[in-house]
Design a protein around this ligand. Structure first.
Ligand SMILES: C[S@@+](CC[C@H](N)C(=O)[O-])C[C@H]1O[C@@H](n2cnc3c(N)ncnc32)[C@H](O)[C@@H]1O
Length: 148
């Protein structure tokens, strides 16, 4: 995506707002950190702790009834969250109305960056996996609920 300082960006399904903080720090964009399950107040605390409260605005809202003006955003980013709310053919069009003409929508899913060989138990035990991968594998192996 081509993100420039001052752009208005909707980080939809931002979770704990870490991506919103990243976008502010890395690109100097203004970010509306929007999520349904995570508290805007707790996100504000994280945003303030990261010293980016001047450009990251926590919003508690449902992606299917967003409280924004049409054509307000230069860009929307959706990281590992689109499948939760983009559940019908019409959703993307309904989201696009919040983006100005020529704006951008970036949708990213989660995935592994390298081929996984061996069983999950072997990888978790071998130390070949990253700390995060080990956590994910362990969670899957143990059938624990997802991190959210
Ligand atoms: C797997 S988490 C990803 C969170 C974050 N983007 C990340 O990568 O860490 C999915 C997020 O989608 C959000 N979400 C699910 N349904 C939503 C909806 N209808 N409106 C807004 N956010 C929603 C959840 O609150 C959750 O934070």
């Amino acid at each position: 995506m081509d993100l420039r300082p001052g752009m208005r960006v909707l980080d939809l399904g931002c979770g704990r707002a870490t991506s919103s903080i990243f976008l502010r720090r890395e690109f100097g964009v203004q970010v509306w950190a929007t999520d349904l399950w995570f508290s805007a107040t707790e996100n504000f605390q994280r945003i303030d702790d990261a010293s980016v409260a001047d450009g990251v605005f926590p919003i508690h809202a449902n992606a299917r009834s967003l409280p924004f003006a049409d054509n307000f955003f230069d860009a929307v980013v959706s990281i590992d969250s689109f499948p939760y709310y983009g559940t019908d053919d019409l959703y993307l069009n309904s989201l696009a109305r919040f983006v100005k003409l020529g704006g951008q929508i970036g949708i990213a899913g989660a995935g592994l960056v390298q081929e996984v060989e061996g069983t999950i138990a072997e990888i978790a035990a071998s130390g070949r996996a990253s700390h995060r991968q080990r956590n994910e594998f362990t969670r899957e192996s143990c059938h624990l609920s997802p991190r959210f």
